[in-house]
Design a binder for this molecule. Structure first.
Ligand code: SIN
Length: 285
């Protein structure tokens, strides 16, 4: 594994993320390389790799270097690999998975650390993923608003996204066989609106349009103006980076430091990604 320990981490040049160059992930990573990647993930929020030839087994082995695998409750799994969730859109489907700003698993008491998404099949054009930086989203708020947010928590839930009465069903968006197990969508969690990132120690904004319902102790109507302002601020272009995929590309993101958004601009083409999610820990202010 000696030949697989020298690599470079180069900032994306956008508002979030870095490219990792010089690693062949199919060979596995040494403890030193793993520790450096973990630190880089904490610093940059998302790590991008290009041109990787990773079997499902090697994908799982790489993910396990960072923690236990979270077996997704709601996504269809890759055949023979319950630990790998399929993120798929067929040419005849309209709805895509992840087509709005969100961070995964904020509805869990101990939200997942992050995910490693491998591109298997990509459209000839389109199907990019946007990422946003929740460190700079927090740091660029006024001191007055930071002081207010520091004392607040928010309620997150899986029910309105994966449950029997989900918003996408009410809006007529059909995910067919791609989501299931809606009776398991019972998770609600309360987390501080500003967390201390478990790896970097930096403060990060921890609310997201996908799963956050309201400020704890406030009604949804009372919460909407504040959350709406924070969402618009966090999604400003200077906090974001747009990643273009090709088969063999990988994005390894940290849910506590970033949001992501899968752009749905490739109707009529197929896009197939394999996602492994890694368990995390309780988040705290
Ligand atoms: C997701 O939200 O996990 C999917 C992201 C993507 O397909 O780009």
């Amino acid at each position: 594994m000696v030949q697989n320990t020298r690599f470079e981490v180069r900032s994306s040049g956008g508002g979030v993320g870095a490219f990792v160059e010089g690693l062949d992930l199919s060979l596995g990573v040494s403890d030193d390389a793993r520790d450096m990647l973990r630190a880089a993930l904490g610093d940059h929020g998302v790590l991008f790799f290009r041109g990787q030839d990773l079997s499902p087994e090697a994908h799982l082995a790489f993910a396990e270097r960072f923690g236990a695998i979270n077996v997704n409750r709601f996504f269809k799994a890759v055949d023979g690999h319950p630990g790998i969730a399929e993120v798929r859109k067929e040419p005849d489907q309209q709805a895509n998975i992840g087509g709005g700003w969100h961070t995964d698993h904020s509805y869990d008491e101990a939200p997942a650390l992050g995910s490693i998404l491998v591109a298997r099949e990509t459209p000839a054009s389109g199907g990019d993923t946007l990422f946003a930086n929740m460190y700079t989203a927090y740091e660029t708020l006024s001191d007055g608003l930071k002081a207010t947010l520091d004392g607040l928590s928010a309620v997150h839930s899986s029910r309105h996204v994966f449950g029997a009465n989900s918003r996408h069903k009410q809006e007529g968006r059909d995910f067919g066989d791609r989501f299931g197990n809606e009776a398991a969508a019972t998770q609600d969690a309360v987390h501080p609106i500003v967390i201390r990132h478990p790896i970097s120690g930096r403060k990060a904004l921890y609310v997201n349009p996908g799963f956050t319902l309201r400020v704890d102790g406030w009604t949804e109507a009372e919460s909407a103006p504040l959350l709406g302002m924070l969402y618009a601020h966090a999604a400003r272009p200077e906090h974001t980076y747009r990643f273009q995929w090709a088969p063999g590309s990988i994005a390894f993101w940290d849910n506590r430091a970033t949001w992501h958004y899968a752009v749905n601009d490739y109707h009529g083409a197929r896009r197939l990604m394999h996602r492994i999610t890694i368990e995390g820990e309780r988040v705290a202010a």
